[in-house]
Write a protein that binds this ligand. Sequence first.
Ligand code: ZN
Length: 321
Amino acid sequence: MFDKEFKNEEIVIRGERISLGESKLIKIPVDRLPTGTLIEIPVYVFNGKEPGPTILLQGGLHGDETNSIELVRRMLIDKSYKIHRGCVIVVPLLNIFGFLDFSRELHGKDVNRSFPGSTKGSLASRLAYYLMKEITKNVDFAIDYHTGGAQRSNYAQIRYTPQDERGKALANIFNAPFKFGSKLIPKSFRNECFKHDIPVIVYEGGESLRLNEFAINQGIYGTLRVLRYFNMIDKTIEIPLQNDTIEIIKKSWLRARAAGIFNPKVKNGASVKKGEIVGFIMDTYGETKFSVKSPKDGYIIAKNNFPVVNLGDPLFHIGNT
Ligand SMILES: [Zn+2]
């Protein structure tokens, strides 16, 4: 699948050189806050001595997606990036402004809809531009970490580009509980990388602004499996074995057919049968009780955690194989 022989080289970011066998923290200045405080994006480069692929691991493209930031941070602390071969470029938190605002966006703009970006556009657009120009140009492929939305938890899953065979292979190696092909979204990071022939897989786990140990660990284990596959890390690092990834072919949201208080009865990640009661919606006075039934056999791949729902609100994202 990975037919070419990977060979990492000296990395140059913002004029700073990181030779083979060197590790360095580089801070890319982006802008100042209105208070004058300089905002810099930390980029860690771990460049191994032996030849191997150069991989970008990127968290926090969306500023409120804290699991994505936390899992990258933990790997830095755990010294998982003691790289023997190949090179790992780590951006633990790309969208610092969104992080400070507890927001997915950067000053009202989605960085993940701002690619390829430009030097003269909004801050989101400039951030996208410099990510491609300074960092992504160096890499063979990337893992882009995300987290579900507000009060909406994604079960640990990998999304890949269906027409990208190497991305598919990476999704298999990552071995998250679920995976599915996801079409390219214009102006997204994955789309821009696809244009430059750089495979990207997107990891999703948990909900925004809430740490989820399972999602964090699954993200770490998957990343270690990829690094292990390319013989980049120490053989002694333990990675739990896991069942084969379940490939989701079709997915749809099960929506509320009544307003009220939502009581889910199945856990995220659970398998469900057609007609199975997966939750109840009750009005606040206890006069009505609606059963929520699964419309098909499948798996819960995302779940609403907000207890008050209106007609049409999404409750469960159900995927089938
Ligand atoms: Zn995201």
